[in-house]
Each structure stands twice: as C-alpha cells, then as structure tokens.
Design a protein around this ligand. Structure first.
Ligand SMILES: Cc1cc2nc3c(=O)[nH]c(=O)nc-3n(C[C@H](O)[C@H](O)[C@H](O)COP(=O)(O)OP(=O)(O)OC[C@H]3O[C@@H](n4cnc5c(N)ncnc54)[C@H](O)[C@@H]3O)c2cc1C
Length: 256
C-alpha cells in the first residue's frame, strides 16, 4: 500500500469532501488493522479521530456509542445492558495495548467473521448509523452483516444499543490463547419460552436465532450454517466447539 495523502477532517462535512475528492481512500480509526493490511488500490487514508466520535451517549432508551470509542473506554464506561455483556466482550479484544486504541467502529467495519463485536451486537439488537454521500442511514446489525458491501464507502458514525432488561446472559469465547482472536463466540439470553442465541467466529456468517432451549444443539448441525477451515482449526473442529457451547446453553437455560 502506497499512501500519498493522509487527511484529518475536523467535521463530517470535511470528511465527506475528502471522500468525494479521494475515492481510493480508506478510513483509519485506531489503525490496528489498517497498518497491518495491504490495500493495493488505496492511496489515501482519512483519519477520523477529530470527528468527536469517542463518546458514549446515554438516554433512557439507548446507548449511542460513537464509532471512535475504544474498547478500554467501553470497559470503563457506565454502560450497563444485557448483564455486563458489553464489558465482557470488550475485555477479550487483543492485549491491553490494542484495547487502548482499537475502536468499536474499526471492529465492526473490518469485515471478518471472527470480529468479537458481532455476536454480542446481534444479541443486543444493535443498530448502526452511517454517514455517506447520500446522507445519514440507519440499519440493524443483522441486515448489515447480510449486505456489508452496501456500506463499504460510508462512515460508521454510531452504534446504538437499545436498553432492555433481558435477565441473565450467557457468554462463551474460545480462543487458542488469552490474547488470540476468537475461534468461537456464543452469547445468549432467555427470550420468553425460548433462548435467543448469537454465534460467531466459528461460522462463515455470524447469526442470531431464537430457539427452544432443548433444541439449541440443532443450530450447530443446521445445514445452512457453514463453518470455516483456517489456521485455527478445520470446519469439523469449529462445529464441535460450537456444539459444546450450545449444549452448555441448554443446561444453562434450565438452571437460570
Ligand atoms: C495484536 C492484535 C490482536 C487483535 N485481537 C483482536 C481480537 O481479539 N478480537 C478482534 O475482534 N479483533 C482483534 N484484532 C483486530 C483489530 O484490532 C480490531 O478489529 C479493532 O477493533 C479494529 O479497530 P481499529 O480502530 O484499530 O480499526 P482500523 O485499523 O483503524 O480500521 C479497520 C477497518 O475499519 C475501517 N473503519 C474504521 N473505522 C471506521 C468507521 N468509523 N467507519 C467506516 N469504516 C471504518 C477502516 O477503513 C478499516 O478498513 C487484533 C489486532 C491486533 C493487531
């Protein structure tokens, strides 16, 4: 990647202007992924740190997490929803040196199936607010995962988490070492007579589904769920890890 321009807009207007002038550009937030990546077509980086997005907005109905908010800020915040799920997953992202600079927006937008944010955001029914040439656009996290390319040139502005009391939350994250990226993530809460379960990392496309607790394991053998072969294990290994968590959820749901 040969970067010819490094821009630092101070307003959304300037950001849109920069994007318009430099179509071969990429946003940079914490930079933990951008600096390690090779984008042969990119000649411009647009640094978003001066857009005032390192903040958390709290109302009675929702939390509005600015996309530049770091995982350390989330861990230290007053966010209190879905048990302590937000803080639980933030604590697992990389070592502390990464959490201090890596942002929620960079994680959601980096586009990997293993990103730590996706299953918790699916479980919490998060909404994403984008800014682009065509104006502001809001979408649910599920729709975003289905159609990521629609948003590839837009700025993720805010992640909205509805404040809901869902009772106790199950969360499991399997990784080869404490600091490694996840091999499997499962989060769940009870949902009426069912259990709402969100899965990611082991599967090609993170998903959420409500299902009777006794049927939880059937999610792991659903032919529509595709597993990934990579250096962290083959597809069969990933399937077995997910099945172990789903079995645990069945027991957890009976006990809670
Ligand atoms: C040592 C190490 C350990 C890691 N461990 C984990 C881990 O355990 N779990 C995990 O999920 N990830 C992990 N990561 C990956 C990465 O650090 C995270 O995904 C991080 O959250 C990315 O955020 P960032 O702010 O650094 O993004 P950047 O690197 O700045 O950007 C990442 C991508 O998102 C785009 N982008 C950034 N912000 C926006 C925005 N607001 N709107 C639109 N596009 C945007 C950029 O253009 C780029 O394509 C790790 C990385 C390293 C180097």
């Amino acid at each position: 990647m040969t970067i010819r321009n490094y821009l630092k807009p101070r307003s959304l207007q300037e950001m849109l202007e920069a994007k318009r002038k430099h179509p071969k550009s990429k946003f940079v937030a914490g930079g933990t992924l951008v600096v390690k990546s090779n984008y042969p077509d990119i000649d411009t980086l647009i640094d978003i740190q001066d857009l005032g997005l390192n903040r958390i907005r709290i109302t009675d109905e929702e939390y509005g997490i600015g996309s530049f908010t770091t995982f350390t800020s989330i861990m230290e915040s007053d966010i209190d929803c879905c048990g302590d799920l937000m803080k639980k997953f933030a604590r697992h992202i990389g070592p502390v040196t990464i959490r201090n600079v890596a942002t929620i927006g960079g994680n959601v937008m980096s586009g990997f199936n293993w990103n730590d944010t996706l299953p918790p955001l699916l479980l919490m029914e998060a909404k994403l607010v984008f800014e682009g040439m065509e104006g502001r656009r809001e979408t649910g996290i599920e729709a975003f995962i289905e159609n990521r390319t629609l948003f590839k040139d837009m700025l993720l502005y805010e992640v909205i988490i509805p404040r809901k009391d869902v009772g106790k939350v199950y969360y499991s994250r399997f990784s080869r070492t404490e600091d490694d990226i996840p091999t499997s993530i499962v989060a769940a809460h009870k949902d009426g007579g069912k259990v709402r379960i969100a899965c990611g990392a082991s599967v090609l496309k993170p998903f959420v589904k409500s299902i009777a607790a006794d049927q939880a394991e059937s999610l792991g053998i659903d032919p529509g769920v595709k597993y990934i072969d990579d250096l962290r294990g083959n597809a069969e290994f990933k399937r077995k890890i997910l099945l172990a968590s789903l079995k645990e959820i069945k027991e957890w749901a009976h006990e809670n």
